[in-house]
Design a protein around this ligand. Structure first.
Ligand code: FAD
Length: 405
């Protein structure tokens, strides 16, 4: 089969890997409009569920991603005028650039033809064209009516920055300014860099003149606002600019031999950090659907893929929606005492039973927190050990255990 993936993001590269693993005779091409090593954004987070899937589908690339990932083991919440509080949980983070480098190398070693600086403006000639060219997909736009594309724009403004300040762990920081609250989601993703996503309401954005300042002056203003969090380190803007989140949905995901995947099919608000996972799980589902179809017709396989993915996505998309709405209403929660504020933040999807609040209360005590982190760390390692035998031994950069609260 001749397969072309338009877009060399996580969805396209991972699907290319799986298509080659499924049948080395498949002729698989990835067209990526950027030159090698060029991409947008900074680090992304993910959790054990994605790693389980990655190890199941391709232990080789999974082992490389796992070894490259930064491991963090709790959330910290900082807000003006409130004590620092903590949320239980652990996860992983990895630079988008590094992730794509690993996936590209894996694809190339399996025989995928990865072509950079190749901007596909129309569907290429292939048996199957995977349109995985991101939220603004130009292939999808060619037939937006057929796909039934809808784009809803979120209210808040955000910008995706980086910083050489290496945060100890995943941190939410909220600062009160004369123009209202502004906050960040930050986490380390390698030994030298953290992701730093800044978000605020449009009123605060305008009140801080971030709508008028040039990018360098805007970044300097953010550095001043968040100085207490950055330990004297700068913020780095790679030109992402201020955006509103765009929630993309499509009524149909296929059109003849063209099928949508990843952000081109659906976007998921970054407040739950799942878009990359969902894009890669799309790739897994399409690979499965094609394998089941064997040499049969394409259409039923594409329908099966879409049907399964819609069902799997629905709960996460509801969670993402609730989560992004919480951040749109954030100023309403600002007067809560610190522990209740961070609990409201963690329960922003509104799903937690009472015991989670009790756990949250106990997490604020340093001894309980240390015990909890040890228990979660043990769970992480035991889950890692259960993954496919033969995976290379993980080499971690674990965050240190807490010394105080
Ligand atoms: C601020 C922010 C933070 C995020 N944080 C996380 C996180 O922590 N965890 C997480 O899981 N997800 C996160 N996401 C979401 C994640 O980035 C996306 O969901 C994910 O990248 C989607 O992968 P994709 O392969 O579908 O699309 P993309 O990663 O967007 O890749 C599409 C590729 O297609 C290329 N392309 C576009 N048009 C063409 C063309 N015409 N021809 C050839 N190539 C083309 C682009 O250059 C790009 O490389 C975040 C998103 C944002 C905005």
């Amino acid at each position: 089969m001749r397969i072309t993936c338009v877009g060399g993001g996580p969805a396209g590269l991972y699907f290319a890997v799986l298509a080659k693993l499924a049948n080395p005779a498949n002729e698989v091409t990835v067209l990526e409009r950027n030159p090698p090593g060029v991409t947008y954004g900074w680090g992304v987070v993910f959790w054990d569920d994605l790693l389980d899937d990655l190890f199941h589908y391709d232990p080789v690339s999974a082992g490389r991603l796992w070894r490259a990932a930064c491991k963090w083991d709790e959330y910290e919440v900082r807000a003006t005028g409130k004590e620092v509080t903590h949320l239980a949980g652990y996860g992983f983070s990895l630079g988008r650039h590094r992730m794509l480098q690993i996936l590209t190398a894996r694809a190339v070693e399996l025989g995928v033809d990865v072509r950079f600086s190749d901007d596909a403006v129309s569907p290429p000639d292939a048996d199957l064209v995977v349109a995985c060219d991101g939220a603004g997909s130009s292939l999808r736009s060619l037939d937006a009516e057929h796909f039934g594309t809808e784009i809803a724009t979120g209210r808040n403004r955000y910008t995706w920055l980086g910083t050489p300040h290496v945060f100890r762990t995943f941190t939410f920081g909220f600062e009160q300014t004369h123009a209202g609250w502004i906050w960040y989601h930050a986490y380390p993703f390698d030994d030298n860099t953290s992701t730093f996503i800044v978000e605020c309401t449009p009123e605060t954005w305008a009140g801080l003149e971030l709508d008028r300042l040039d990018p360098a002056a805007g970044t300097a203003r953010l550095e001043t606002i968040f100085a207490a969090h950055l330990d004297g380190q700068p913020l780095v803007d790679r030109g992402s600019g201020w955006m509103n989140f765009r929630r993309v949905t499509n009524q149909r995901w296929d059109n003849g031999n063209v099928v949508l995947m990843g952000d081109a099919a659906h976007t998921t608000h970054f407040a739950i950090g799942s878009g990359t996972k969902l894009a890669m799980q799309d790739a897994m589902a399409l690979a499965d659907a094609l394998a089941e179809a064997s040499d049969g017709p394409l259409a039923p396989a594409l329908e099966r893929y879409e049907h399964r993915r819609r069902a799997a996505l629905a709960p996460l998309q509801r969670a993402a929606q609730a989560s992004s709405e919480w951040f749109e209403r954030m100023p309403e929660y600002a007067d809560l005492p610190s522990i209740r504020f961070s609990y409201a933040l963690s329960d922003r999807r509104g799903e937690y039973p009472l015991w989670r609040y009790l756990l949250h209360l106990s997490t604020q005590r340093s001894v309980t927190r240390a015990l909890l982190r040890r228990a979660l760390s043990a769970r992480r390692w035991s889950r890692a050990r259960r993954r496919r035998p033969g995976d290379p031994a993980p080499a971690t950069r674990a965050a240190p255990l807490p010394t105080g609260g």
